[in-house]
Design a protein around this ligand. Structure first.
Ligand code: 4NP
Length: 155
């Protein structure tokens, strides 16, 4: 089993959207029994909360399930539990390294560094633009799936 963790600040906008979208793609590819997906926030601000209404609206529009998702905070154990710990922006990466007490590890990286874009996923909590965030998450997700397939010899 390959374990993927998406991380943002609040775990209500970007990382739950990435979790749901990536899980959907994994299911479509028939890899649901081989790739497990989760998300977490670096803050403790929204523990137990459902995703932001903008994220939920976007997922509903796309017929992507958000069932069972609720906010949680990144914890030290996650470093062992997960094979890929993916921050949405550079500031998330700094916070992840601090919480996990791990200055530099190849399993910790910024999502869009897997693409030619090499930039932060903008935070729709501030921009209000959930469509833009979704488009970037789709792009990152395809790159991530290619990486996982190559690194784990999945078909
Ligand atoms: P996220 O966005 O990190 O993509 O979930 C945010 C959600 C909540 C807050 C900030 C960013 N907040 O300040 O509560």
């Amino acid at each position: 089993m390959v374990n993927v963790l998406f991380v943002c600040l609040g775990n209500i906008c970007r990382s739950p959207m990435a979790e749901a979208v990536f899980r959907h793609i994994v299911q479509e590819e028939g890899l649901a029994d081989q790739i497990k997906v989760d998300s977490a926030g670096t803050s403790n601000w929204h523990i137990g909360k459902r995703p932001h209404e903008g994220t939920l609206a976007k997922l509903e529009e796309l017929n992507v399930s958000s069932a069972g998702m609720s906010g949680r905070q990144l914890e030290v154990n996650d470093l062992e539990e997960f094979d890929y710990i993916i921050g949405m922006d550079e500031s998330n990466i700094g916070n992840i390294r601090e919480i996990l007490n791990e200055p530099s590890h190849p399993k910790i990286f910024r999502f869009l560094d897997l693409t030619d874009l090499r930039k932060d996923v903008p935070d729709p909590y501030y921009t209000g633009d959930f469509d833009e965030t979704h488009e970037l998450i789709i792009e990152g997700s395809h790159a991530l799936l290619r990486k996982i397939k190559a690194e784990h010899q999945l078909i």
